[in-house]
Design a protein around this ligand. Structure first.
Ligand code: SF4
Ligand code: SF4
Length: 111
């Protein structure tokens, strides 16, 4: 019995093409530097405000944040900064936090 679905061959016309001008800039890099230099930032987490939901750790593609094994005074395991040197200051973690427990400071680049 013949298969009713015809096999299609991918050719240049059917392959997806990148947007004109290339891919959009990553939120992890600063637009306009022309060098792809990663901007540095630093993060402060108020452990007493944190409810341990983990959203910030999922938001951070740089692996800066992780969940602590210690409990805060309310019995939650708060997020903590484990790789501060990798922070770009993108603020995604702070934007994700439903408890406004995160402050991000962007460091100015020398030069
Ligand atoms: S600002 Fe937050 S999300 Fe962005 S790199 Fe730093 S810790 Fe990760
Ligand atoms: S998103 Fe906010 S409340 Fe949730 S773990 Fe991170 S700091 Fe804590």
């Amino acid at each position: 019995m013949a298969n009713s679905v015809e096999a299609k061959t991918l050719d240049e016309k059917t392959l997806p093409r990148p947007a004109e001008g290339g891919c959009p800039p990553s939120p992890l890099t600063e637009r306009g530097t022309g060098s792809g230099v990663v901007q540095k930032g630093s993060v402060e987490i108020d452990a007493e405000k944190c409810k341990g939901c983990g959203l910030c750790t999922m938001a951070c593609a740089r692996g800066v944040l992780a969940m602590s094994e210690k409990l805060n005074s309310k019995g939650y395991t708060p997020a903590e900064v484990v790789k501060p040197e990798r922070c770009t200051g993108c603020k995604l973690c702070a934007l994700m936090c439903p408890d406004v427990a995160i402050k991000v400071y962007k460091k100015k680049q020398a030069g």
